[in-house]
Design a protein around this ligand. Structure first.
Ligand code: URP
Ligand code: ZN
Ligand code: ZN
Length: 462
């Protein structure tokens, strides 16, 4: 199968230019002006942007959490991702305490196999790391799992101590992988949470009020200090507050390889959403929590100045009915997480490019190119170049769209961005040279998505 995309404006992290893009089988083979090549299919992209497919490096599909499981699996989640212009994601396998990471990898491979409709990689969540198991990390790296997430929050469940984090970081200093940190001071938060509940404060807003920004700033600072001592880079996930951002910025100013992502929810929503009536605040319960509105401008500024390098979603959907409702009488029982895999490119384009906060090249860099570089997928993914996978989105910058649970493709009964009007949306989406979405219709197939082995010594090391 060959496809010729004609007359579009190719946008990469560096360039904008009008060109034709020719795809043979799964790769881009020629880019040039007015190409005269026969193709099985010709797509006229005049007036549209031709961008590398989005890469979402933080998703939780089919993830057990808080006595339930996230409502999108690898089939429904990757399908929804494709509708929004995301053609690749990196999900998280979770090592169960006392077990080998290999067991978790096998389990998550099974979750993805026969279901994923776009390509995907896996990070490994480390919950326990006795010295005898350090070799496990090298085993994962050999399988292409070249990043590890560790938690400074959720005591008794996922949280690990500083020694474990330091050991994991030292191991990555030797094997070229990357440690990703959930940075919140979980022990302090736990004390505040218990006091809050003892005072009879059980509503969703108390989830936000019991997780202060200082607890995030402190943990980010500590994570960076541990990485510095270990001689390894560090990547902070779902950064939500100015306190945390300042710690990353200070480290980067000193030349420390500290990196961070934020997510659309922190750019567009605020703690006030946790106060919505009729328990609807539960729809916005995730960690770190939503912050006061003024943090949003600071995060946008961080994206502009490159103190934040990536926008991911932390897509971790739980239905309002039955799942979020588990915490009706106790906010600590509300499963933590929110949906967003489908809306990342739309929101960033509208809030970033249309509102003149970001250039169109910076938008591509944040949602595709840097994620690919940071996590060992570049230049196979994350750019429009000869030899790269034909993961391409034809983006209509002028089409208007209203985000709604009535029309979205995520398997969840609400949208965090219900009613948001955005301009700009994915029109045609190609994954490895196959059209999987075209004008609102899905043409992909469950199981066509491939597991991606990722490189070591990727962007964070450079
Ligand atoms: O609330 C969240 N973020 N749920 C997903 C797990 C995590 O910490 O990323
Ligand atoms: Zn996390
Ligand atoms: Zn997450």
């Amino acid at each position: 199968m060959s496809i010729l995309i004609k007359n579009g404006t190719v946008i990469t992290a560096q360039d904008n230019y009008v060109a034709d893009v020719y795809i043979e089988k799964d790769r881009i083979t020629t880019i040039g002006a007015d190409l005269k090549i026969a193709a099985d299919r010709i797509i006229d992209a005049k007036g549209k942007y031709v961008i590398p497919g989005g890469i979402d490096v933080h998703t939780h599909l089919d993830m057990p959490f808080g006595g339930t499981t996230s409502s999108d699996d690898f089939e429904t989640g990757t399908r929804a991702a494709a509708f929004g212009g995301t053609t690749c994601l990196i999900d998280f396998a979770i090592q169960a305490k006392g077990t080998k990471m290999r067991d978790a990898l096998d389990l998550w491979w099974k979750k993805g196999e026969n279901r994923a409709t776009i390509d995907y990689g896996l990070h490994m969540i480390v919950t326990d790391l006795p010295d005898a198991h350090l070799e496990d990390m090298n085993d994962m790296v050999r399988e292409g799992v070249t990043s590890f997430k560790l938690f400074m929050a959720y005591p008794g469940v996922l949280m690990v101590d500083d020694a474990t984090i330091f050991k994991a970081m030292r191991q990555t200093a030797q094997n070229g992988a990357l440690v990703c940190m959930h940075a919140e001071n979980g022990s302090v938060i736990d004390v505040i949470v218990r006091k809050t509940l003892a005072e009879g404060k059980t509503a969703p807003i108390y989830h936000g009020l019991s997780r202060p920004t200082t607890a995030e700033g402190e943990a980010v600072n500590r994570a960076i200090a541990l990485a510095e001592m270990a001689g390894a880079p560090v990547y902070i996930v779902h950064l939500s507050s100015n306190d945390a951002l300042q710690k990353v910025a200070e480290a980067r100013d000193r030349g420390i390889p500290a990196y961070a992502e934020t997510c659309p929810q922190y750019l567009f929503l605020s703690i006030e959403d946790l106060e919505r009536p009729n328990f609807e605040g539960a729809k916005y319960v995730f960690t770190p929590p939503l912050r006061e509105k003024w943090h949003q401008d600071k995060l946008w500024e961080g994206l502009r100045t490159n103190n934040l390098q990536v926008v991911s979603t932390d897509h971790c959907p739980f239905c309002f009915k039955e799942q979020k409702e588990m915490g009706k009488d106790d906010f600590t029982k509300i499963p933590n997480g929110g949906p967003g895999i489908e809306n990342r490119l739309q929101l960033l384009f509208d809030g970033g490019v249309n509102k003149k906060r970001l250039s169109v090249n910076r938008w591509v860099e944040l949602v595709s190119t840097t994620p690919a570089k940071m996590f060992g997928l570049f230049p196979r993914k994350g750019t429009i170049a000869v030899g790269s996978d034909a993961d391409i989105v034809i983006w209509d910058p002028n089409v208007e769209h209203v985000i709604s649970a009535q029309t979205h493709h995520m398997r969840v009964d609400y949208s965090m961005f219900e009613g948001f009007k955005v301009k700009g949306n994915a029109e045609t989406v190609l994954s490895r040279g196959e059209i999987i979405v075209d004008n609102g219709k899905f043409f992909g197939k469950a199981g066509r998505g491939q597991f991606l082995k990722r490189d070591t010594y990727a962007g964070a090391w450079k």
